[in-house]
Design a protein around this ligand. Structure first.
Ligand SMILES: CC(C)(COP(=O)(O)OP(=O)(O)OC[C@H]1O[C@@H](n2cnc3c(N)ncnc32)[C@H](O)[C@@H]1OP(=O)(O)O)[C@@H](O)C(=O)NCCC(=O)NCCS
Length: 153
């Protein structure tokens, strides 16, 4: 998944095996520490690993930090089946009901329309645009859009 140029189109580069494994280790360590994080997503019918969806505290000093973000990445063959939205809805319920979050954010490169469509399907509202401090200008991906979701009253 992380070596697929189409999946990684809105990231600075694809990842090699070592980078992908290091990310997985980091994700597992954060789940061990906090009890939550970017969870592995399996397709119910096949039990196959299809990607990750979950909650994360961004490490960057972003204009809207501190915050908890919701994020997702699925292998290409599992796109367009509603799986990202389904998994994200579960993560949102966890964030609001178990963690009692008052706000959830999501952000992506402004041109990442598929990810923005997930945000909109989830009822998230566009908030502001910002330049991601860790994304180079040359990548053409620096301009990001922030979406927010508040818990139901
Ligand atoms: C962003 C990403 C997770 C979106 O995946 P996705 O499959 O398009 O999103 P969803 O799970 O919400 O699926 C919606 C699609 O499934 C279809 N669908 C089928 N059954 C559905 C159902 N029961 N419920 C909802 N949607 C359904 C929808 O019509 C929609 O189709 P469309 O894409 O042709 O319009 C995926 O493109 C991805 O992994 N991209 C690379 C990583 C990335 O950029 N991550 C975000 C970085 S911030």
């Amino acid at each position: 998944m992380n070596a697929d140029a189409e999946v990684m189109r809105y990231y600075p580069a694809v990842w090699n095996r070592a980078q992908s494994d290091a990310f997985a280790q980091q994700v597992m360590q954060l789940i061990d520490e906090r009890g939550w994080g970017f969870w592995a997503v399996e397709e119910r019918a096949s039990g196959r690993f299809i990607g990750f969806v979950g909650l994360h505290v961004p490490s960057n000093n972003l204009p809207f930090s501190p915050c908890v973000e919701i994020g997702w990445r699925l292998a290409k063959s599992y796109w367009s089946l509603g799986y990202a939205t389904e998994a994200a809805q579960t993560a949102i319920v966890f964030g609001f009901q178990q963690l009692h979050l008052k706000d959830l954010v999501a952000f992506t490169a402004i041109t990442n329309l598929k990810s923005r469509a997930v945000m909109e399907r989830l009822g998230m509202r566009p908030d502001t645009e910002f330049d991601h401090p860790q994304v180079s200008l040359e990548s053409g991906l620096r301009r990001h859009v922030l979406y927010r979701l508040r818990p139901p009253l």
